[in-house]
Design a protein around this ligand. Structure first.
Ligand SMILES: Cc1cc2nc3c(=O)[nH]c(=O)nc-3n(C[C@H](O)[C@H](O)[C@H](O)COP(=O)(O)OP(=O)(O)OC[C@H]3O[C@@H](n4cnc5c(N)ncnc54)[C@H](O)[C@@H]3O)c2cc1C
Ligand SMILES: NC(=O)c1ccc[n+]([C@@H]2O[C@H](COP(=O)([O-])OP(=O)(O)OC[C@H]3O[C@@H](n4cnc5c(N)ncnc54)[C@H](OP(=O)(O)O)[C@@H]3O)[C@@H](O)[C@H]2O)c1
Length: 260
């Protein structure tokens, strides 16, 4: 490819028939804040780039860039992207943006990261960022998926943290990992929204209910999920923040549409 925005795939790992992760070379000039997204893609059949928004799943200090992706069978991009191999090239527009960043939250004591499905991707970046562990006394990572196998990528990231040379000591006992499934049996079943409403998640972790003086939250899932969590956070007195106006929680869509 002769495009200036071409990057080379360095590794690919498939998790299920719907999910995979891959790593690419990082443009030397690319600076981003953990949690942001960029446009990536492939050259379309019409000779024009076919680009989609993707959260950068690797932390800002990483030499490479990692992405965690859905495979939509007839999706214009992912029907092809799912076949990439090391050595292949993808297009990456080096203009990172997004609201799931520490700058958009006011200081707090406890950080909730609420993800469904591929919404885990921005948190894979934030969990590996020393700032996350520097800023908070406790970090609660919730991940709700339909099936157990869909939790694997997130679980691997979480399990790698304690042994991580850079942040292992900072993580210490600050991390609570709270995976749940909705359509396959697992140790914790149910939508996280239901578990918040019933108070079960707070009893499980052994902490008081959401409190705007203490709790901060980042949310990434389907539109329906984001709206439901937002309503629960607002009911508890937390306000939505933005880069220009930091507050108690921030939200970003994991994808556009109702699902395939
Ligand atoms: C801010 C932002 C960040 C994103 N980050 C990621 C990411 O890190 N990883 C990722 O896989 N996708 C991410 N997406 C979705 C991504 O941009 C594409 O939609 C996805 O790659 C599918 O592309 P496509 O061309 O194959 O199908 P599209 O035509 O884009 O999508 C077809 C349909 O598939 C469904 N769909 C698309 N993406 C997903 C998904 N991730 N999970 C469940 N259903 C989906 C939707 O119903 C959509 O209408 C993000 C989207 C936004 C807006
Ligand atoms: N995951 C699969 O095995 C699978 C397989 C084939 C096709 N698909 C298609 O792919 C699309 C995306 O599927 P996905 O599983 O990645 O994403 P998803 O439909 O957004 O579901 C991901 C998780 O979020 C939960 N959830 C959805 N809406 C919620 C809300 N409003 N509040 C709280 N929790 C909510 C779901 O629980 P619920 O289960 O209770 O909805 C599920 O556990 C779907 O349209 C689906 O038809 C999925």
């Amino acid at each position: 490819m002769t495009l200036p925005d071409a990057q080379t795939v360095t590794s690919v790992k498939h998790y299920t028939d719907r999910l995979f992760a891959f790593r690419v070379t990082r443009p030397q000039s690319l600076r981003f804040r953990s949690g942001e997204f960029v446009m990536i893609g492939l050259m379309g059949d019409n000779g024009k780039p076919l680009l989609r928004a993707y959260s950068i799943a690797s932390p800002s200090w990483d030499e490479e860039l990692e992405f965690y992706s859905i495979k939509v069978p007839d999706g214009p991009l992912t029907s092809r992207l799912q076949h990439i191999q090391p050595g292949d090239q993808i297009i990456l527009r080096p203009k990172p943006v997004g609201t799931l960043v520490h700058d958009a939250l006011l200081p707090g004591k406890r950080l909730w990261l609420f993800a469904t499905g591929t919404g885990f991707a921005p948190f894979a970046s934030l969990l590996r960022d020393p700032d996350t562990w520097d800023k908070y006394d406790q970090v609660i990572m919730t991940h709700t998926c339909r099936e157990v196998a869909e939790l694997t990528y997130g679980r691997e990231i979480v399990e790698s943290l304690k042994g991580d040379e850079l942040i292992g000591e900072m993580v210490g006992d600050k991390l609570v990992y709270y995976p749940t499934t909705t359509r396959e049996q697992s140790p914790k079943m149910g939508r996280i929204t239901t578990l918040i409403e019933s108070g079960e998640v707070f009893r499980d972790i052994g902490i008081p209910p959401l409190d705007p003086a203490v709790d901060r939250a980042m949310v990434c899932g389907s539109l329906a999920f984001n709206l439901d969590i937002k309503a629960l956070l607002e009911k508890a007195g937390l306000r939505e923040g933005a880069n220009s106006d930091p507050a108690e929680f921030v939200v970003e869509k994991a994808f556009v549409g109702d699902g395939v």
